[in-house]
Design a protein around this ligand. Structure first.
Ligand SMILES: NC(=O)c1ccc[n+]([C@@H]2O[C@H](COP(=O)([O-])OP(=O)(O)OC[C@H]3O[C@@H](n4cnc5c(N)ncnc54)[C@H](O)[C@@H]3O)[C@@H](O)[C@H]2O)c1
Length: 373
């Protein structure tokens, strides 16, 4: 494939991020199909035209179904609110398009299952926006684990925190609606789950508790609306491999801006990572002589592929948007039939099963086995 035609549905935070990835993937990696930004869809024809002009797309529509019917579109980026993902992804796959859908798959498990089933039947590539697994430092952590650098792992702890819901004055948004899912579980927990399942494999069982700091929020028309889901979740889990762990997520955590922290403890050392300092990893190993034992900081550098594709100098660092460019590259690999580091709809469904088990655990106040797709 020499050219790939891109359709983009939704042009907010993630819509721009996908556009930058599509525009950068070929110059960064120096190979693969040339990208053509063909068609963009928004909630109205006017907004779509404005966004097409700003982002560099050729055509614009206020009806996403027109974009999906466009024969010049080969792949559809879906960056709309969660509730729209199932209908849009299923329609795109049925029209023969490849799909790059933002996480989570869908608020309802049955919809996520339908998405995975449709993807399987379509023969097209369908992946989810789990960009954090693409960080070269996360890949390096995977290599350290494979090499046994910290020995057998006995405990993992994860946290994901931001503060965009920390103020009681923050207005009600689509993220507070039950239609968007359980709240912090769909918004945040799925990301650490993408790391856990990539580095360690699937979860076996979970025990969860969810809460919200504010029962209602102001609306833009001067009223108040009840918050329909949860901003905070605390989870105990056990992996299928037997490793125990904890996960805490909070989108009302003042001062935390993009924390996705992971601590991995093994019999010969420990590994610490935090996405807020995404270009470094802390490594402690007992193989250092006793007097010099301590955490050492390893900075991202060209040996941590594909860092070298962005910058030849060690320690200069990548950014959040670069992770999406790597994800885009992996998507293109998958479309070309090459090995690809992606979370496709089947793997995404495993994550959805874990999320729904957590919600069921909160409801029933007991351990819940994580179902398998
Ligand atoms: N991977 C990540 O790191 C990450 C980060 C943030 C958000 N997300 C996910 O991305 C998705 C979008 O989140 P966001 O923060 O970009 O939201 P956003 O509100 O910034 O953008 C959503 C866009 O979709 C448009 N839209 C809504 N309904 C539409 C429709 N029917 N047709 C066409 N356009 C429509 C809106 O007008 C808006 O431009 C969510 O599923 C979210 O979970 C992923």
């Amino acid at each position: 494939m020499e050219h790939i035609g891109v359709g983009l549905i939704g042009t907010g935070y993630m819509g721009k991020c996908h556009t930058l990835a599509w525009a950068n993937v070929r110059p960064v990696f120096g190979e693969g199909p040339a990208t053509r930004l063909v068609h963009v869809a928004e909630t109205s024809a006017e907004l779509a035209a404005e966004r097409a002009e700003a982002l560099g797309f050729e055509k614009a529509t206020g009806d996403w179904r027109q974009l999906i019917a466009d024969p010049e579109v080969d792949v559809v980026s879906i960056t709309t609110p969660n509730a729209f993902h199932p209908e849009m992804a299923i329609a795109a796959l049925k029209a023969g398009k490849h799909v790059w859908c933002e996480k989570p798959m869908a608020p309802a498990l049955a919809d996520a299952e339908a998405m995975a089933k449709t993807a399987r039947a379509s023969g097209r590539v369908a992946i989810l926006g789990y960009n954090y697994i693409q960080n070269p430092i996360i890949r390096h952590i995977g290599s350290l684990l494979d090499l046994g650098t910290i020995g057998p792992v006995n405990h993992i702890r994860l946290e994901m925190d931001e503060d965009f819901m920390a103020s009681a004055k923050t207005p009600f948004s689509w993220k507070n609606e039950a239609a968007a899912g359980y709240g912090a579980l769909d918004d945040f927990a799925v990301h650490p789950l993408s790391l856990i399942t990539t580095l360690f494999g699937p979860l076996a069982r979970v025990f969860a508790h969810m809460s919200k700091p504010y029962p209602d929020r102001p609306t833009f028309d001067g009223g108040r609306r009840t918050v329909e889901n949860f901003d905070i979740a605390s989870i105990l889990f056990e992996l299928a491999s037997g490793i125990p762990g904890t996960l805490a997520v909070n989108r009302a955590a003042w001062g935390r801006k993009g924390r996705l922290a992971i601590q991995i403890f093994g019999s010969l050392g420990s590994i610490l990572f935090d996405q807020e300092r995404m270009n470094e990893v802390q490594l402690y190993t007992t193989t250092d002589e006793c007097a010099n034992q301590g955490f050492r900081t390893v900075l991202a550098a060209p040996p941590h592929a594909p860092y070298d594709r962005f910058v030849p100098a060690p320690g200069h660092g990548l950014g959040f948007n670069d992770l999406k460019t790597i994800e885009c590259r992996e998507l293109l690999n998958a479309i070309a039939g090459a090995p690809a580091r992606v979370i496709d709809f089947d793997r995404g469904l495993q994550i959805e099963h874990a999320v729904h088990a957590m919600a069921a655990s909160h409801e029933g106040q007991k351990w819940i086995e994580v179902g398998t797709p």
